[in-house]
Design a protein around this ligand. Structure first.
Ligand code: DAH
Length: 340
């Protein structure tokens, strides 16, 4: 039988070579060498067989063997701790950054438009994107075969010729006048659809914000002042506005509103096509016939309405020159709108 001395040498080598791969491995080591029936205990039991004059030396050897076995075990303290408490987490290490998303630029601008109008008492109203002919066209003074329907190329829903993808948010005006009692003062953001070939300047879906205010004694001056307030909030105090006569079937009189160019300040550049002005919305006094369509007496009530394209406002505010960018989801484009 090998002597105690020889056994210690063999086990020492094993200990020196030992490298636990995980906490379970280390635990097996502990049981094998340091456990109650482990090798250190067994070898201590051998002491009684050692000749008395060799006992002192054997005892010293055994002690240093025991220390070696314990030190090895203790040197893997992190694994030990893992075994007791689960994985070791160094809370002083910097965290892994999680890339934060942001709101889409169109959503940011839409929210801004809405909040500007909310400040002066408008509340938000929405309507369906699949709309019937009455709310999208007829009630807005565009009966079938009315030439104004040609202003908008329409997507029809195949199952039912009466259904369209709404071509404008003016359909929400109709729904509001139909269901709410007067006075009403609403801002209606939403997506609209037109059968357009997609290009830098046109898209088959885009976003609008409609405004409607109907009450007693609402005048064109109220319309102008409301929109002027919107422009100064949105584009800054020095922005000028001008109104040009226009035509919409659901307003009379109708106008389009331009603002002084936000890029060149009116001197002339690409955005304003060297005119110094950019058109941002259509507006007018709600047509008396439209009020009558909803049993509202135009002798008692008057109102104004306006409609603006959210893409257009975003383009003017941030000089985006290609409508397709909004729906391509290119993060290099989207990241530029991250709030500071
Ligand atoms: N619905 C019109 C369009 O899509 C925009 C518009 C013009 C809305 C005048 C209005 C308005 O409410 O009064 O082109």
């Amino acid at each position: 039988m090998a002597s105690l001395h020889e056994l210690i040498k063999i086990y020492e080598q094993e200990i020196n070579n030992f490298q636990p791969s995980d906490a379970a491995d280390l635990e097996n080591y502990r049981i094998r060498f340091l456990g109650t029936k482990g090798i250190v205990k067994q070898l201590s039991g051998e002491m009684k067989n050692v000749a008395p004059d060799e006992r002192k030396e054997a005892g010293q050897m055994l002690n240093s063997f025991k220390s070696l076995a314990e030190e090895k075990y203790n040197s893997y303290a992190n694994l030990k701790q893992e075994q007791n408490n689960g994985p070791v987490i160094d809370i002083s290490l910097p965290g892994t950054p999680i890339p934060a998303g942001t709101r889409h630029p169109l959503r940011m601008v839409e929210d801004e438009i809405v909040s500007i109008f909310e400040k002066i008492g408008f509340s938000v109203a929405t309507g369906p994107e699949i709309e019937d002919d009455w709310h999208n066209f007829t009630s807005l003074n565009m009966p079938a075969h009315h030439p104004a329907r040609d202003m908008q190329d329409t997507f029809y829903v195949a199952q039912n010729p009466d259904w369209v993808l709404r071509t404008h948010t003016s359909s929400v005006q109709a729904r509001i006048l139909e269901t709410q009692s007067l006075p009403v003062r609403v801002i209606c953001p939403g997506r609209v659809y037109r059968n357009e070939t997609i290009s830098a300047r046109a898209h088959c879906f885009f976003h609008q914000c409609e405004g409607l205010y109907v009450d007693k004694n609402v005048s064109f001056a109220d319309l102008k002042q409301t929109l002027y307030y919107f422009v100064t909030e949105m584009f800054g105090e020095n922005t000028k506005v001008r109104f040009r006569p226009s035509y919409f079937p659901f307003t009379e009189p109708s106008a389009e509103m331009d603002i002084s160019c936000t890029v060149c300040g009116g001197k002339g550049c690409n955005l304003c096509k060297h005119s110094g002005w950019v058109e941002i919305l259509g507006c007018g006094m709600v047509h008396p016939d439209m009020l009558r369509n909803f049993n509202i007496d135009p002798e008692v009530y008057t109102g104004f309405a306006f409609g603006m394209g959210v893409e257009r406002i975003t383009q003017v505010k941030y000089q985006v020159n290609d409508l397709r960018l909004y729906s391509q989801n290119d993060v290099r484009f989207l990241r530029q709108f991250r709030p500071a």
